[in-house]
Design a protein around this ligand. Structure first.
Ligand SMILES: Cc1ncc(COP(=O)(O)O)c(C=O)c1O
Length: 400
């Protein structure tokens, strides 16, 4: 049966399966993958997770195996309120909702705020998952470049002024200000303040996605946008995916109670509630200090892997290459000479060098990123990095 006439416009867009195909390829054991932005197996605490899970199932089987309330278990929300407060973002339980990962949090916020024809702003480049989520709404997405200090607020101010004259100001701005995916860049304190000032002047809301913020291996701590916000302009998305486990699919939204009420309403038409075992596991990991232990372990591993990756790029990559120098998180962002097409070179690098990356083009709205690529150094071992980066450099050099 030909289903073509039945499929939605959304799933008929070209390229929507390209990443899924790439991820399939990177499952091949002979390939060293710098593609997927995942924690490595040695970052997890599997024995502790097994022990906590066994205890939870023994002690509260009906809670573990049952549904949870839509906003999440109260005990987990209380724990999250305390955790957010410790990070400089005072929170009460009615400002928090547990989600099935932070990407779902973003989708919920989209449904809470966006109508057909609305405008939003994202960073260029930005997180691919966010672009896919926003593509499912009938909205207009503008983008503003990111540089070594994060989102370029001067360019943002120009864009906002232009949109004001056209009477088409954005409702929302989505940012990953700390250890950004994909660039690895962190927004400076000054830029954060400028962004908040612009949000107040042009009356848009900011969605701050802080998936990597706790994974700093060098440099100075910068307060979150939420911590600096004095006017309830910032909605915060958190996740346990990079500090405990992406498999448990537990994240959270920290926002004003009116927003959380709407989010709960939206959620009831989605999956109703988050995974009970995942929530209780996160809570117990938190209570027992295991999250902090895992963060420490992860930060140590990330620091080593990032240093080796960056050193090897400096030694091996072709002249004219530039790359970012992250102080935390999972990624470095590589820019090759103008004219190089990283999307075209990818299959060559996979087949000839058996190394995978994500081509830069995937992280832009519309055009951009042709000569750029994202390397995720969290997953490969030091040994794989030592072999993989020179192989990649050689494959790229032979095609320049
Ligand atoms: C910036 C950013 N936000 C959100 C997510 C998704 O996280 P979660 O597993 O919580 O949905 C990721 C995952 O890679 C990410 O890089």
């Amino acid at each position: 049966m030909d289903l073509q006439d039945y499929f939605s416009d959304l799933t008929s867009q070209p390229g929507s399966t390209a990443l899924a195909e790439l991820f399939k390829l990177t499952e091949r054991p002979d390939i060293i993958s710098f593609a997927g932005g995942f924690p490595a197996p040695d970052m997890f605490l599997p024995e502790e997770a097994a022990e906590v899970t066994r205890q939870l199932l023994e002690e509260k089987p009906s809670t573990v195996l049952g549904y949870s309330p839509t906003p999440g278990f109260s005990a987990l929300r209380e724990y999250l309120a305390e955790r957010q407060s410790q990070m400089g973002m005072p929170a009460s339980v009615d400002e928090l909702m547990v989600t099935s990962g932070s990407l779902q949090g973003l989708d919920i916020l989209g449904r809470v705020f966006l109508n057909s024809g609305d405008r939003i702003i994202v960073e260029a480049p930005t997180y691919l998952g966010a672009l896919s989520t926003f593509a499912s709404y009938d909205i207009i997405v503008d983008s503003v470049p990111v540089d070594a200090e994060g989102l370029d607020t001067a360019r943002l101010a120009e864009l906002l002024e232009q949109r004001r004259r056209q009477d088409s100001l954005p409702k929302l701005l989505y940012t990953v200000p700390t250890f950004q995916n994909p660039s690895g860049q962190t927004m400076s304190r000054q830029r954060r303040q400028e962004l908040l000032d612009l949000a107040n002047r042009y009356r848009f809301l900011i969605i701050e996605d802080n998936a990597y913020g706790e994974l700093r291996f060098s440099g100075e701590e910068v307060p979150t946008l939420k911590a600096l916000d004095t006017d309830e302009k910032v909605i915060y998305l958190g996740t346990f995916s990079k500090i405990l486990s992406p498999g448990i699919r537990i994240g959270w939204i920290h926002a004003a109670p009116q927003i959380i009420e709407r989010a709960i309403q939206v959620r009831q038409a989605m999956d109703q509630c988050s995974n009970s075992l995942g929530q209780l596991l996160a809570l117990e990991f938190g209570r027992r200090g295991l999250i902090e232990r895992q963060i420490k372990k992860t930060v140590g591993l990330l620091g080593e892997r990032a240093r080796l990756t960056l050193d090897l790029i400096a030694c091996e990559f072709p002249a004219g290459t530039t790359w970012t120098n992250p102080e935390g998180g999972f990624y470095t962002w590589v820019t090759l000479s103008p004219g190089v097409d990283t999307a075209q070179l990818l299959s060559h690098c996979i087949e000839k060098a058996r190394v995978a990356y994500v081509a830069g083009i995937a992280f832009y709205v519309g055009k951009g990123g042709n000569n750029q690529l994202r390397l995720c150094y969290s997953q490969p071992s030091l040994d794989d990095i030592s072999r993989g980066i020179p192989r990649l450099a050689k494959a790229l050099t032979t095609r320049l």
